[in-house]
Design a protein around this ligand. Structure first.
Ligand SMILES: Nc1nc2c(c(=O)[nH]1)N[C@H]1C(S)=C(S)[C@@H](COP(=O)(O)O)O[C@H]1N2
Ligand SMILES: [Mo]
Length: 553
């Protein structure tokens, strides 16, 4: 059964309609449409607010926007993900959530209009959205089962009921001028229960705002215990400390990235819409799978009791474009991964081990596949617990993450790690591999001009050109700069920290007036020269040389 939008309009007209009544009828239908859309919006708002509050009792990740956002991220093809990172950078997640809210708002408006004609259909539409949120929450890889469905379910029911009630008020009709006394009731001339609507809408808006705010603040403090566990943590000194960063590792040129990237400036790339907050004391890591003769489960304290190594390692994202910002260098402290694997009886393929792939799983359902051979070939692959003298920040994987020097992050650097499975590349494709990225991805030799910036207008004379270059695992041997189409000229390399860290370089350019293009290329210790050919980031990292165009004045 449907409800007509304007029952008054259907009444047989006996007397000619005066101009005045016609006018008032027109103005009556317009506000009704507006109030219908307002009802839709309010219902949507109430649904999200209630969901937020229920999520606080379940877990923040189960909220509909986060769940749908997460599902959207997982279904995003490599090229689109890359485009989002390129255009929105670390704001990509915020933009995604705002986009979801905008889409929801449009649908809520539409459902309000639908409800004016079909009250039940409008309310049912809200439930359909709830079903989408529920399905998304249940399909997350880290889903905790039925309870994760509750925020979307309860929120949708609240929204549907509210829409039904509000539209009911809009359609309700008190005796009009034609009936009863024949005297117009000022509250009813427009044919709807104005007071009833206003009261219901105001109460609903206020209650939703309250529920939403309460849910937000509860969700915001849901990681309290984890925060306390991090704050109370004092990392032991490393048994094998890193040597001091050489004095000359940083060129003294303004505009060049600091040699050690501060934690707050370190790039962040991951799929987590809500940063996982793991309590250090609850953390466990399981190591198991093919060829693991002695499977192991470790607690955080177990890990800290082992020999700790401290190393400077430059981490790079495969989505970093030539000249891009997704590269950072930090001093990490952790446990050597090869030692742990050896303890479990794991042998690399070159020594007859059956597993060639190590699959790391995180608490948020990420899977990252790394060649076992690389982890066990003597490089400083580690389970890191500290970054630049403090426990890992939550954004960078607290309490434990993996790091393998020389491999892009998506094939090595699992944050919030909880499980390591030994398997084969034939048997299993990890998260990004299922999304068009390469199975194996060593970091390409790259260099970047940090100064001058693109389109800078330096004065003629000596202009310092400087930047960074990296070839983790191989080391940087040479960096050259070319002005326009001129010859390649050697730059001055800063002192090398280790082959796993980036290296700074500088070049005093005698700049002449006019427009110029500066180009850089690096050569690594294997003699490999950075390729000239520009390639995209998909599938295994950008190739090509960084250029900067400037105008010398
Ligand atoms: N759990 C988890 N770990 C992850 C990712 C992720 O999405 N989830 N992204 C990886 C990618 S693509 C990179 S480049 C590095 C980035 O580490 P950072 O955010 O600490 O710089 O983390 C890796 N580890
Ligand atoms: Mo990455």
């Amino acid at each position: 059964m449907g409800f007509r939008a304007n029952p008054a309009a259907e009444q047989p007209r006996i007397t000619p309609v005066s101009e005045k009544t016609e006018k008032s009828r027109n103005t009556a239908s317009r506000p009704r449409l507006a109030l219908g859309t307002l009802s839709g919006l309010l219902a949507g708002f109430a649904a999200l607010a209630v969901a937020e509050l229920v999520a606080a009792g379940v877990r923040p990740q189960a909220g509909p926007v986060v769940a749908v956002g997460g599902a959207a991220i997982d279904r995003t093809p490599a090229a689109v993900k890359d485009w989002a990172i390129r255009n929105f950078g670390t704001n990509d997640k915020l933009i995604l959530q705002l986009g979801i809210l905008a889409v929801l708002a449009v649908f809520a408006l539409a459902l309000g209009v639908v409800a004016l004609r079909h009250r039940r259909a409008g309310a049912a539409g809200v439930l359909v959205f709830g079903a989408v949120g529920t399905a998304a929450a249940l399909s997350r890889p880290d889903s905790k089962g039925f309870t994760d469905a509750l925020p979307s379910l309860v929120g949708a029911v609240a929204g549907a009921v509210l829409l039904y009630v509000l539209i009911g008020r809009l359609l309700a009709r008190r005796p009009g001028p034609d009936e009863a006394s024949g005297r117009p009731d000022p509250a009813a001339v427009e044919g709807w229960n104005r007071r009833g609507f206003i009261v219901a809408a105001t109460v609903a808006a206020a209650a939703s705002a309250g529920a939403g705010a309460l849910g937000r603040s509860l969700n915001g403090s849901s990681g309290k215990e984890a925060v306390a566990s991090r704050r109370g943590l004092v990392l032991p000194a490393a048994d094998s400390p890193a040597r001091a960063v050489p004095k000359g590792a940083g060129v003294r040129v303004a505009g060049v990235s600091p040699f050690i990237t501060p934690n707050t400036k370190f790039y962040r790339v991951d799929t987590a819409l809500v940063v996982p907050k793991v309590v250090a004391g609850d953390w466990r890591l399981r190591i198991h799978g093919d060829g693991v003769r002695r499977p192991l489960t470790l607690s955080f304290d177990d890990l800290l009791r082992r020999e700790l190594i401290e190393r400077d390692i430059t981490l790079t994202c495969v989505s970093n474009e030539v000249g891009g910002p997704y590269v950072g260098n930090a001093r990490w402290i952790g446990v050597r991964l090869a030692d742990l694997l050896a303890e479990c009886g794991v042998a690399p393929p070159s020594k007859g081990g059956p597993a060639d792939q190590l699959v790391a799983r995180s608490v948020d359902g990420m899977t990252i596949g790394t060649p076992v051979e690389d982890v066990m070939d003597g490089r400083d692959a580690m389970l890191a617990v500290g970054m630049n003298g403090e426990p890992l920040p939550f954004e960078h994987g607290f309490p434990v993450r993996m790091l393998v020097p020389g491999l892009y992050g998506y094939v090595s650097a699992c944050k919030w790690i909880k499980d390591i499975e030994l398997t084969t590349f034939d048997a299993y494709d990890a998260y990004w591999v299922k999304r068009d990225w390469a199975r194996r991805a060593p970091i390409k030799t790259q260099s970047r001009i940090d100064t001058p910036k693109p389109f800078a207008r330096p004065k003629a004379g000596t202009v310092m050109v400087a930047g960074v270059a990296w070839a983790q695992g191989r080391g940087i041997d040479k960096v050259e700069v070319r002005i326009d189409d001129g010859p390649w000229q050697a730059t001055t390399l800063a002192a090398e920290d280790t082959q796993d860290t980036w290296r700074q370089w500088s070049f005093p350019w005698q700049a002449t007036k006019g427009g110029h293009t500066l180009t850089v290329r690096a050569t690594d210790r294997t003699g490999e020269v950075q390729t000239a050919e520009r390639t995209g980031t998909v599938p295994d990292g950008a190739g090509g040389r960084h250029s900067v165009v400037v105008t010398v004045e």
